[in-house]
Design a protein. Sequence first.
Length: 186
Amino acid sequence: MWRLFSMLGRKRALPVQITVTHPAAAKMFRIAQRALPNESGGVLIGTCSETGALISVTVGPGPKALHGPTSFTRDGEYAQLHVERHRRQSPGQLDYVAEWHSHPLPCAPSPTDSASMRAISRSPEYRRPIPLLVLCILASSGAWELRGYTYRGRRLQEVALVITDAETSGSEEAGHCNTEPGSRAE
Ligand SMILES: [Zn+2]
C-alpha cells in the first residue's frame, strides 16, 4: 500500500523521492509523540540511488539530545554510533541518508532548519552536497505526517515522500546519495 503525503506535481520535479518503510515511519511517529510538547528527532539510515532514497531505519535522539518546543539538537555521538553499526553490518548498503525531527506545531521548515541543512551540504564529513531532511509534523487533525526536503540552490525545497509497506527488491545497486565521485573520505 502506498500513501502519498506530499508530491511535487510540477514539470520541474526534482529527481529525488524519499521512500520511508512503514516501520521506520511508525518509529518516528512514536518518538515524536512521546516527546510532546517538545521536538525530537535523529538520523535516518537506508540506501540511495540516482532517483531517491529508501529509508529503512529510524535512529532516535540519543541520551544527550536537547529538546525544546521549537528546537531540537540530536546527540551526535549516538547518531554516529548507530550509523557506523549499520555500515558494518551491511557493507556498501545501509548508510546515513537524512536528518529528521518533529514539529509539534504544524509549521514549515524554520530558518534554523535551513541553516543546519546548509551546513551539512558544505560539510565534507557528511559527504552529502544535496542533503535530505524529513519533518514529522503534527497536523491539526492530531495525526503525524512526514514531509521531505532537500537543500539545493541555497534553499530547502520540498520533495516527494512516500511511506511504503512493500519491501523494495534491492535489485538496484545501492549508491551513496549525491556523493561526488572521489569524495568519500574512507
Ligand atoms: Zn525544524
